[in-house]
Design a protein around this ligand. Structure first.
Ligand code: SF4
Ligand code: MSK
Length: 639
């Protein structure tokens, strides 16, 4: 295998297809990154601004050129404004996704669609209770109608605080109130960010960043949390399920359809449609043995968590899956779908089918999705995939390796159930030091970092150190493919974590879902803090996004820190043009919200930072600890 492929990806399946891309000169994301070099230094530092027509402006980081934009904004203001807008874009993406799901619940409540049903009535009632919606004597549809109406209020301006903030430990709620960052309305905080960052509004970098935190909290404890909870109500709350991952999940003798993006509304009806006897028969008539659905990115995570649908890959696999030559259709909803997939598809027979009117792709086939006719549209899409099967050139099919077994489906509810109904056994294991703490390793892939290397190396090092790891998004896919998400991976963990995992029959790395499902991690952290009568910031917890790329990841990282959890990023955000902003985020925030950001591209070193942080928190709680300053973990033979 060429050294180039080894440098681009740590995953064997990706390396095999990257070799093909080189041989057949199919352009990939890695090629385009090379073509962009050197990337703009001003933008990388956050020092360029084009917020008005007096600009665009830039600040000279070496102090020799301009130090102010035309309006007089300095580096601190420009960097803070840019960061705030990034967070608002990420928070808006998550929250708009949440609203789409919520509208589907509303349609179900009104009896306007037969494509969906209430899959988890118990959860519907529980969430209705949180929203003050009475359930007594009401049928599920009636409750769904009233609940969705109440939840829609969380998007607007009629509330002073988002309903799910009621889940936050009291000490943290008081802190947010004191800082003036309690999230009020989901749309409101995002709109206010755009207002504040317009020329001539908020010109104090600290004030801008405080509101940016509030905006991120409207995502974490608002839009994303609505997306997760309503998805559970409509499609079922995940419970542990066996599945498989990597490009080997494609089948050489079946119609392969990949479902890519984030929103489970469409993919859920496609799963129903693919079981339709008429379409199964059509597949046979076309010469295939059946219809094989596979997931990509977070739509894939949603399907894998609830239905065990196999996972073809994460963010950087989306072009490579087409290059297997075995994909009849790539069905996309929204977010993280590179426009380039349409071009790659032109080199093969794959049909790219876009589905949401807010996410069209030039060159793709667009089938407009409408939840009121969900199943009918799902069948139309599956039919398109099946009819494309005869266009496949079997001699061009190259499906790498065999798939890896993995487990998914660890919702908070299923984790608590695995613990026997209470967080107490987990708390006890942390108290004794069998589990030293927990870390969330989440987020994307980025071609600037060797694909999957950051996720897998960091995760391995953490479990070796008895730190339980929970994963979501593309990190879950990376770790699943690496074999870390089966119960027998406990053998790779330190002695304490291994003992706990074996006793409970769980893997040392728990799949908690898609990007919006990072809210499950917030809920778990809050439940632990509430159980102990403390704030989240005192707990031995950490977050990490070793290969992040998206604006959504910046919003996630910010709401995690604002919720009191130290977070290590594998790539620099565009803030290094302002030492004041860097100092605030990397140290000053500790005084403000009890947590900070760190940036460490080397996952080995990131693991050391997390272990030190966890020991510091253990010391603070008077739990058995190793002196944080002395922790310097040796090189791992497995990394
Ligand atoms: Fe330049 Fe100020 Fe306009 Fe930004 S807002 S483009 S710094 S004049
Ligand atoms: S899909 S946001 S690349 S995790 Fe959620 Fe992956 Fe990041 Fe998209």
């Amino acid at each position: 295998m060429s050294a180039k492929f080894n440098q681009q990806s740590a995953a064997e399946d990706a390396q095999q297809i990257l070799r093909r891309a080189g041989e057949e000169q199919v352009e990939t994301v890695w090629d385009r990154l090379e073509a962009q070099k050197p990337q703009c230094g001003y933008c990388s530092l956050g020092l360029s601004c084009r917020n008005c027509a007096m600009g665009p402006c830039r600040i000279d980081p070496f102090g020799e050129g301009p130090q102010k934009g035309v309006c007089g904004a300095d580096a601190d203001v420009i960097v803070a404004r840019n960061l705030a807008r990034t967070i608002a874009a990420g928070a808006s993406a998550h929250s708009d996704h949440g609203r789409d799901i919520l509208e589907a619940l509303y349609h179900v409540g009104r009896g306007e669609t037969e494509s969906y049903r209430i899959a988890d009535v118990e959860k519907l009632k529980r969430i209705a209770g949180e929203y003050g919606v009475s359930t007594e004597g009401k049928d599920p549809r009636e409750i769904a109608r009233a609940l969705s109406w109440e939840m829609m209020e969380d998007f607007g301006i009629r509330k002073e605080v988002l309903t799910f903030v009621g889940r936050v430990p009291p000490a943290r709620r008081e802190l947010w109130e004191k800082l003036g960052i309690t999230p009020r309305g989901i749309d409101r905080e995002n709109v206010e960010t755009l207002h504040r960052t317009h020329m001539g509004v908020d010109n104090d970098y600290v004030n801008i960043l405080l509101h940016a935190m509030r905006t991120s909290l409207s995502d974490g404890w608002g839009g994303s949390m609505v997306a997760t909870e309503v998805s559970d109500i409509l499609f079922g709350t995940p419970s542990p399920v066996s599945s498989r991952a990597n490009l080997g999940v494609l089948k050489a003798d079946e119609v392969n359809i990949a479902l890519h993006g984030h929103n489970p509304m469409l993919s859920d009806v496609i799963v129903q449609a693919a079981q339709d006897p008429e379409l199964q028969q059509l597949a046979k008539e076309k010469g295939a043995k059946g219809i094989n659905l596979v997931g990509l990115c977070c739509t894939g995570n949603e399907l894998q968590m609830r239905r065990g649908i196999p996972m073809a890959g994460n963010h950087l696999i989306q072009e490579l899956v087409i290059m297997t030559g075995a994909l009849e259709a790539m069905v996309v909803d929204y977010q993280c779908i590179m426009p380039s997939v349409v071009n790659v598809a032109k080199c093969f027979h794959t049909s790219v089918i876009s589905t949401f009117d807010k996410a069209k792709f030039t060159g793709a086939t667009h089938i407009s999705f409408d939840p009121l006719r969900g199943l009918e549209i799902g069948k139309e899409i599956v039919r398109k995939g099946v009819e494309n099967y005869p266009n496949r050139l079997q001699e061009r099919v190259r499906i790498p390796n065999s798939p890896t077994e993995m487990m998914a489906g660890f919702s908070v509810e299923s984790i608590v159930a695995a613990l026997g109904g209470s967080p107490e056994p987990l708390v006890d294991a942390i108290k004794t030091g069998k589990i030293r703490g927990a870390a969330a390793v989440v987020g994307c892939n980025n071609p600037k970092i060797k694909h999957d290397y950051g996720h897998v190396t960091l995760t391995r090092r953490l479990i070796e150190n008895d730190i339980l790891v929970v994963v979501t998004g593309c990190s879950a896919v990376a770790n699943g493919k690496a074999g870390l998400m089966m119960p027998d991976a406990a053998e790779l963990a330190g002695p304490g974590l291994k003992e706990v995992c074996k006793a409970l029959g769980i893997p040392p790395v728990l799949h908690m879902g898609s990007c919006v499902d990072n809210t499950r991690i917030l809920v778990l952290a809050a439940a632990l803090a509430n159980f102990l009568g403390t704030d989240i910031q005192t707990l031995p917890l950490a977050g990490a996004a070793p290969e992040w790329y998206s604006e959504k990841a910046v919003s996630i990282g910010t709401y995690v820190v604002a919720s009191g959890i130290y977070t290590v990023l594998g790539l620099q955000p565009a803030i290094f043009g302002s030492p004041n902003v860097v100092n605030l985020l990397a140290s000053g925030l500790d005084e403000v919200v009890g947590a900070t950001f760190a940036v460490e591209p080397d996952p080995e070193k990131a693991a050391v930072l997390i272990r030190r942080h966890i020991e510091k928190k253990r010391k603070g709680l008077n739990l058995p600890f190793d002196e944080p300053d002395r922790i310097n973990m040796p090189e791992s033979p497995s990394a």
